[in-house]
Every structure is written in structure tokens, then in C-alpha cells.
Ligand binder design. Structure first.
Ligand SMILES: Cc1cc2nc3c(=O)[nH]c(=O)nc-3n(C[C@H](O)[C@H](O)[C@H](O)COP(=O)(O)OP(=O)(O)OC[C@H]3O[C@@H](n4cnc5c(N)ncnc54)[C@H](O)[C@@H]3O)c2cc1C
Length: 500
């Protein structure tokens, strides 16, 4: 068993973990840190997913880091370009030397007497168990299970003679040229896969139980193209980033305040890109309001183009059963398929599946309340990165990392060692993720809660969070700073968490 101590332990070497390491190096140069990564690569999501067409669905001016301009001309970028951007960032800042690959963190135990975490990791490659200690634990472990995507139980699936594929485990050698493909799903993955596969496949059918809002955006940003010619790279990047932040916030606010109007606008935009007489109400008009679930972006209308060209089609129906040659639908229709892709989603997983223990008591995440969307009530010296649901993940990840650095400097500056969030005294609690998507609803009872008002409420609003997290006070009624030796529960008894 190897043992080691660092000031900050970062869990995960994806987009967030690499960003966290760079922020830490720049803002707290004296701190020692290590990144523990379960896999053998940098990049997380952008290394794991390898299906045809894999790309971002937000623009890279906001999905990129605040400190590293995105200079690729594509605003909605391919997965391999994003992976390379994350790796390049890591290399430029010497982060790889701090990463221990093949280390899956399984358990972290806080001890108030020493003000230290003892972190247990398992090495999948050697079978060894490794123990490290740290003063601050920073999880950047994403939000879903890596080993298994979500697949509902389809009746009769064992009879199906074709090939069944989940996008999370894409077979490298899958040959779909000329084949009949059915993609089950209507989310971001399905709308990416369908036009990409339609370029080679005989025909691709997107089979959805119910529609999703799909919006076409240009894959290049005209302002970015112009700004890059006239301004230094960082100034051009900041300009486009803020333009997209403002547009994103405006779009979200309009959807919340005038959902009927936004529905009409989305419908009209889809009608302009689909053949005359196409049944938009059936296939592209969801029953829920825009932003109750994430909107699906298609670059340059690629999905609509594939449908208009007859290379792809959308079927809105329910699966009755799989058959030997394909799928029978409740309407009685048959969908023959050589390949079925189950783009049916992710399994949500909080904190990379690790167990958190504070002074000997296991923490039930569902009983905790998130403080500023990034720390947990009753859990000292701990932060987690969960990105926005209505904007690019990295906008929030950057703010969380900046805030952690401010906290660490504040602790050092005041001669204290421990920061512990407290739960709100009163008010209703709500799930931390406010989307009504299937993958959220399936796991909602395992997730932390959010409180009724700041600093426990997530406003999902980047400009507001910039004020709160970059410039706001570090000391408020939601947090306690103390010296080593203060029990984590001290003072918590007078502040019982309200019931959800
Ligand atoms: C297909 C797909 C497309 C997406 N597109 C967008 C988009 O366009 N815009 C957007 O804003 N968001 C998007 N997202 C969300 C996306 O996950 C984030 O943008 C971002 O990649 C998250 O980065 P992360 O580093 O926080 O998490 P991840 O990318 O999930 O990386 C987490 C890392 O932590 C490691 N890890 C996990 N648990 C442990 C553990 N216990 N011990 C050690 N290591 C661990 C993992 O191996 C992984 O390397 C997308 C998600 C998916 C699945």
C-alpha cells in the first residue's frame, strides 16, 4: 500500500479536473496536488464516447476554459477536437505529471481531529489498493456511470438477429455502410448519430417515444470569424464567450417567461428546414415546455437535411417488441433493422460512486444540501463540480475552481484549516438537478438537494454566479470556518436540515 499527502486531491482528469488543476496552479501556486483518474486517459466524456459524429452541442466559446481561447473555426466541435483541446491544456500547464491513472477513488474519510481526508483508491490495472491523505478533496468526476449506459428492458430483445449497440460502448469496427439502422432515442446522442450514420448507411430511422425540441445553429460563429481577424485571440474569445452567455441567458429566460412563444418560434424554425407537409407536430413538437429538458442542437440543420433528403426518417411510436428482423411498433408497423443503436441515455452517478465518511459516519448524499451548487452541508473541505443544465458545463466548472482557490487562500490568510457548509435553517428543498429528463428522474432520490434561496439555491445563471462566486463574500450564514479539531457536526444540531 502506497501512502502520500497532498494539499488538494482532485478526482477525475476530464474537462473539469484538468481545468481545476490549472486554476489551482495559477491561483494557489504553493499548493501541492494530485489528480486521481480511474481510466488510463485524459478527457473523460470526450475520450470515452467514440460514436460517429460525436460532437459538442454547446458552442466551444462557452464550453472552452476561461483561460484558454478556443481557436478552431468550428463553434460546435467534434469530439476528437475537444479531447485534444483538453489534453493540450493539460500539457501546456504540466498537469500530466500530477495525474495517477488507473486510480478509482472508492472511499474518502474525513477526520476533524487532524483536518484531513484519507482517500482510498483501487487500481484496476494492478489490483492494488492505494491510500492518500489530503487537506481538501475536489471531485471532478462527472455525473454518470462510465461502465454502463442506460438501456431499458425491451421485450423480445433476445430474439433480435441483428446487431445491438449502445453509443457508450461503440464497437470500433462497426460497419454500417449500406445497412438499415434504427437509432432508438430522441436526445442529443440520437440527433447526433442519425445524420452522421446516414452519410454511409442504407437508411437510418430515429425511433422516438416522444419528441424533443431540436434547434439548428450554425456550426461556425460569424462574430468569432470576424473577431479573430481583428483582435488578439484572447480578446476575440472573451467577446464571443460573453455574446453567447448573454444569448443563452436571454433564450432561457424567454423560454421560462413565454414558453408558448418560444414553442412557436422553434416550430417555425423546424418547418423552414423540413419538406412541405412534414408532420412537425408529431415528430418535433414535445408536450413539455422548452428547457424542462435540454434543447437539442443540430449544427447547420444536419438532422433536418438528412430527413429532407430521405436518408433518414423519424418515427414517433412505442416499441411493442423486438422481432428477429427488427422492431414491431405498437401501431402495428414493422421496422426491419440490421443494426439497432440504443441511444437511450446515461445512468446518473454522483461523485463517481465514492463513499463519503465524516468523523466515522457515512454521508447520505440525499440528506445533504448543496452550498453554492459546489459544496455539501456537513462535509468539510470538500467541493464538487456539477456544470449548468441550461448552459455549457465549463462556465460553472471554471467558477467552482476559482471559488475553491479563493477558499484555500482565505483559510491560509486567516490561519484556519477547515471550511464546512451548513444546511439552510428553513425552507423547501428541491433536487439539485432541475431537469425533468429521464436520466435525472431515475436517480433524483440519490442526489443532494438545493435550498430555497442563496447561497443554497442554484440559479443556473452564469452572470449572477460570476458575481456570487468570483466576487461575492466568502463568509456568510451558510458556511463555517474553523481550526483543525472542531468536530464537523459542531453547530449543526441547531440547524437541522429542512425536510424535502
Ligand atoms: C455525449 C455527451 C456530450 C456532451 N456534450 C456536452 C456539451 O456540448 N456541452 C456541455 O456543456 N456538456 C456536455 N456534456 C456534459 C459533459 O459531460 C461535460 O461537458 C463535461 O465533459 C464534463 O466534464 P467532467 O470532467 O466534469 O466530467 P467527465 O467528462 O465525465 O470526466 C470525469 C472523469 O472523472 C473520472 N472519474 C469518475 N469517477 C471517478 C472515481 N471514482 N475515481 C477516479 N476517477 C473518476 C472519469 O474516469 C473521467 O475521466 C456532454 C456529455 C455527454 C455524455
Amino acid at each position: 500500500m502506497a501512502s502520500d499527502h497532498v494539499d488538494v486531491l482532485i478526482v477525475g482528469a476530464g474537462l473539469s479536473g484538468i481545468g481545476a488543476a490549472v486554476h489551482l496552479q495559477r491561483n494557489c501556486p504553493g499548493k501541492t496536488y494530485t489528480v486521481l483518474e480511474a481510466r488510463d486517459a485524459i478527457g473523460g466524456t470526450w475520450d470515452l464516447f467514440r460514436y460517429p459524429g460525436i460532437r459538442s452541442d454547446s458552442d466551444m466559446y462557452t464550453l472552452g476554459y476561461s483561460f484558454k481561447p478556443w481557436t478552431n473555426p468550428k463553434a460546435i466541435a467534434d469530439g476528437d477536437a475537444i479531447r485534444e483541446y483538453v489534453r493540450e491544456t493539460a500539457r501546456e500547464h504540466g498537469v500530466p505529471a500530477h495525474i495517477r491513472f488507473h486510480h478509482r477513488v472508492v472511499r474518502a474519510e474525513w477526520d476533524s481531529a487532524t483536518a484531513r481526508w484519507t482517500v482510498h483508491a483501487h487500481r484496476d490495472d494492478t489490483g492494488e489498493d492505494v491510500v492518500l491523505t489530503c487537506a481538501f478533496l475536489f471531485t471532478c468526476s462527472g455525473y454518470y456511470r462510465y461502465d454502463e449506459g442506460y438501456t431499458p428492458e425491451f421485450p423480445g430483445v433476445e430474439r433480435y438477429a441483428g446487431q445491438l449497440v449502445h453509443p457508450q460502448h461503440w464497437p470500433e469496427d462497426l460497419d454500417y455502410a449500406g445497412k438499415r439502422v434504427v437509432v432508438i432515442g430522441s436526445g442529443a446522442t440520437a440527433v447526433t448519430l442519425v445524420p452522421a450514420m446516414a452519410e454511409q448507411a442504407g437508411h437510418v430511422t430515429m425511433l422516438q417515444r416522444s419528441p424533443t425540441y431540436v434547434i439548428s445553429l450554425p456550426s461556425r460563429d460569424a462574430l468569432a470569424d470576424a473577431a479573430r481577424r481583428w483582435l488578439p485571440a484572447k480578446a476575440a474569445y472573451d467577446l464571443v464567450r460573453w455574446k453567447n452567455v448573454v444569448l443563452g441567458v436571454a433564450n432561457f429566460q424567454l423560454s421560462r417567461r413565454a414558453p408558448g412563444l418560444v414553442k412557436k418560434l422553434l416550430r417555425r424554425a423546424a418547418r423552414g428546414k423540413l419538406p412541405v407537409g412534414y408532420d412537425i407536430d408529431r415528430h418535433f413538437s414535445p408536450r413539455y415546455n422548452p428547457w424542462d429538458q435540454r434543447l437539442c442542437v443540430v449544427p447547420d440543420g444536419d438532422l433536418f437535411r438528412a430527413v429532407s433528403a430521405g436518408r433518414a426518417s423519424v418515427v414517433t411510436d412505442t416499441i411493442e417488441t423486438f422481432t428477429e428482423p427488427g422492431i414491431r411498433l405498437r401501431s402495428g408497423a414493422e421496422l426491419p433493422a440490421d443494426i439497432v443503436v440504443t441511444a437511450t441515455g446515461l445512468n446518473l452517478l454522483a461523485l463517481g460512486g465514492m463513499t463519503i465518511v465524516v468523523d466515522g459516519a457515512e454521508v447520505d448524499l440525499a440528506q445533504t444540501v448543496a452550498y453554492k451548487g459546489m459544496m455539501l452541508s456537513g462535509v468539510p473541505n470538500f467541493a464538487m463540480t456539477i456544470g449548468y443544465t441550461n448552459a455549457s458545463w465549463t462556465l460553472k466548472a471554471d467558477l467552482v475552481a476559482t471559488y475553491v482557490c479563493r477558499l484555500l487562500r482565505h483559510l491560509d490568510g486567516t490561519g484556519q484549516q477547515v471550511v464546512t457548509p451548513l444546511a439552510p435553517i428553513a425552507g423547501d428543498l428541491a433536487p439539485i438537478i432541475d431537469l425533468k429528463s429521464g436520466y435525472v428522474l431515475r436517480a433524483v432520490d440519490q442526489l443532494p438537494k438545493q435550498g430555497p434561496s442563496a447561497p443554497w439555491r442554484l440559479h443556473q445563471n452564469y452572470p449572477r454566479d460570476v458575481l456570487l462566486m468570483r466576487h461575492g463574500r466568502l463568509t456568510d450564514e451558510g458556511v463555517r470556518f474553523s481550526r483543525a479539531g472542531t468536530p464537523a457536526t459542531d453547530g449543526a444540531a441547531e440547524r437541522p436540515a429542512p425536510v424535502a
